[in-house]
Design a protein around this ligand. Structure first.
Ligand code: 4NP
Length: 151
């Protein structure tokens, strides 16, 4: 049994999908039993605030995200994490490149926890943040169910 499960949600830019997952999961769990953060596999948006589309979803739900700033995943974060959760297949290879072989067992794709495993499309390209929200919510519910017994 662990005291807290450390989970990092990861996407390409850390401004759309992974922070949406971070703040939704913080709300779902009230952070009880989990240490929750998010990060990017690229430096594209280093230091950027949330994308407007993700802000709009979180604002609608009254979810707090102040002080957020995008950052690239670090090796130290990988070493501390229990779960490194990517949004699509290409994130998984990016995570593994940063985290090394010794952390590979921590790497999962969010919707692989559901009965309908697939990639969460990048809303940076689709502009469809409502679909992103629905898919991330399904994934988080499944992830919570899969892990809450570990604590
Ligand atoms: P995200 O979306 O990976 O869901 O945060 C993206 C945001 C920015 C870029 C790509 C994807 N970009 O290339 O800057």
């Amino acid at each position: 049994m662990k005291d807290k499960i450390n989970v990092i949600f990861v996407c390409l830019g850390n401004i759309c999908r992974s922070p949406m997952a971070e703040f939704l999961f913080k709300k779902m769990t009230k952070s009880k039993g989990y240490v929750i953060s998010s990060a990017a596999t690229s430096y594209e948006e280093e230091g950027s605030p949330l994308h407007y589309g993700t802000r709009r979803i979180l604002d609608r739900l009254g979810i707090e995200y102040s002080g957020f700033s995008a950052h690239r995943l670090t090796k130290a974060e990988c070493d501390d994490a229990d779960y490194l959760i990517g949004m699509e297949q290409s994130n998984l290879s990016g995570i593994k490149r940063i985290c090394g072989r010794e952390n590979e067992y921590k790497v999962h794709r969010l919707l692989d926890f559901t009965d309908f495993p697939h990639d969460i499309a990048d809303p940076w390209y689709t502009h469809d943040f409502d679909t992103t929200y629905r898919e991330i919510s399904l994934g988080l519910t499944a992830f919570l169910k899969a892990t809450e017994g570990e604590k």
